[in-house]
Design a protein around this ligand. Structure first.
Ligand code: RIB
Length: 296
């Protein structure tokens, strides 16, 4: 089973701060590091580190060689990634003492997708393949429609949630991976069981993976709900923890592993990512996750 991750590739400029700056405030940072990130890239690497056969599609700028190289180094096929004129996407990330972050995105090449490029990539995939996609690139609605026509199963993580999601036909999504805030925005509900009720009624063919921060996660599939707690660790940097969960989930669901075990491993992988600095580089390999879960 092949996973095509069609998404963003970013350079993350990460600043260590005492607290995240509020409107009108100027603060100093105590260090700055540059990492490879982007929800697309992070999720592709997570799925590959979980053991799946992963292909990354997306656009980088003239400065994007490192982003292509990190895919290759992690066993992600990068032959669909194209270089375009201009600069790659980037993120300005503040990380506070508790490891919480605030992210400002610049789309750059991630916002230059064309229908021709999308048709070319999707022409190489079809029935039996998985499309994993997020909301950091343009023409998301077109990609969903085309992949669905091709017979691909679509895993959508609609982050960061915005108006663009309203133009996407969510009934074409096989698995929707959302957090509590996105669940509220889509369903209009605050209680998570009610969120799932509303979404299940609206999209009966779609499985729902709802992550709830400190409260863990719930997976809702064909009328059944599976709950998973988080593993408590000291948070160093929460960046890419959600992407780690998502990439692991997309990969492990293709294996014949019981759902509850899949969820435990996703929670373990995310916990390890939280305990490390950076984005793509903080994602653990499968062996680390197995060992971590065994000792919990
Ligand atoms: O989910 C974390 C990611 O969001 C970061 O790597 C950053 O690039 C933004 O896309």
């Amino acid at each position: 089973m092949r996973i095509l991750d069609f998404g963003s590739l970013n350079y993350d400029y990460v600043y260590g701060v005492d607290h995240v700056a509020v409107a009108g405030e100027t603060i100093s940072s105590y260090n700055m590091e540059v990492f490879c990130g982007g929800k697309g890239l992070n999720q592709a690497i997570a799925a590959a580190r979980a053991g799946a056969e992963v292909y990354m599609a997306g656009l980088v700028g003239e400065d994007g060689q490192l982003l292509m190289d990190i895919c290759k180094r992690n066993g992600v096929d990068s032959s669909c990634i194209r270089k375009v004129p201009g600069i790659s996407g980037h993120a300005i990330i503040q990380v506070d003492k508790e490891g919480q972050n605030s992210i400002l995105l610049y789309g750059g090449s991630n916002q230059q997708m064309t229908r021709e490029y999308i048709d070319d990539v999707l022409g190489q995939f079809g029935c039996g393949d998985i499309l994993l996609i997020q909301n950091e690139i343009n023409l998301l609605d077109y990609i969903i429609d085309k992949a669905s026509e091709n017979g691909m199963r679509i895993y959508l993580n609609p982050s960061p949630y915005n108006e663009k999601i309203k133009s996407c036909d969510l009934s074409k999504i096989s698995v929707l991976l959302i957090n509590e805030i996105e669940g509220g925005q889509i369903s209009g509900e605050r209680d998570y069981d009610k969120m799932l009720d509303v979404m299940q009624e609206k999209y009966p063919e779609t499985d729902l993976m709802l992550t709830l921060g400190e409260k863990g996660a719930v997976y809702c599939c064909r009328g059944k709900r599976y709950r998973q707690d988080i593993y408590k660790v000291k948070a160093v940097d929460t960046t890419a923890a959600g992407d780690t969960f998502t990439g692991y989930f997309a990969a492990l669901m293709q294996e014949k592993i019981p759902v509850q075990e899949v969820l435990a491993m996703c929670a373990g992988a995310a916990a390890i990512a939280v305990s490390r600095k950076g984005a793509a580089n903080s994602i653990p390999i499968r062996d680390e996750v197995n060992k971590f879960c065994l000792h919990k």
